[in-house]
Design a binder for this molecule. Structure first.
Ligand code: DQA
Length: 154
């Protein structure tokens, strides 16, 4: 089974209480349960982590590499708009990833319109609330199945 890391960045531990007009009323635990249910239905082996620290997020990315994780779904939260270090880590580990956001960052303040991840991600999904993660899982499952089929036909 392919292994997928779903990684949440800073302040996302506070979902359900934080700016619910933008991020909705579900808590992170509730969103994580939906992620795990979806992953199971797609036959993906998903594990989930969250950190408020840039350094810790980097450690989690390098740990994913060490355990041969096949795919990352990443909501870098505010680090989307600031972190060259996390960008460099994702380039270094060469694990394919999708960038996700709950809110539509392009419909918000102009400083949120730039992402350090969009151009190195397989794709980005923003603005669909918790469904952004679930759609990213579907895309990851298709991507990983295609890679396995390619390998088998060679
Ligand atoms: C976010 C959007 C970011 O701009 C913001 O800093 C977040 C959450 C989102 O999921 O919509 O913390 O990544």
């Amino acid at each position: 089974m392919s292994e997928v890391l779903v990684l949440h960045g800073p302040n996302l531990h506070y979902l359900g209480k934080r700016e619910t007009n933008l991020y909705g009323s579900l808590t992170l635990d509730e969103i994580n349960q939906r992620i795990l249910d979806k992953a199971k239905s797609l036959r993906l082996d998903a594990y989930i982590d969250q950190s408020n620290s840039e350094a810790e997020l980097m450690t989690l990315i390098y740990e994913a590499k060490a355990r041969d994780v096949n795919f990352i779904i990443f909501n870098p939260a505010a680090y989307t708009h600031t972190s060259i270090a996390l960008r460099d880590a994702l380039i270094a580990v060469e694990i394919p990833f999708i960038e996700v956001h709950l809110s539509n960052i392009y419909a918000r303040e102009s400083f949120r319109h730039h992402s350090y991840f969009s151009d190195i991600a397989l794709g980005s999904i923003a603005g669909l609330g918790p469904n952004s993660y679930l759609l990213a899982l579907e895309a990851a499952a298709t991507y990983l199945k295609d890679r396995i089929n390619e390998k088998n036909s060679n």
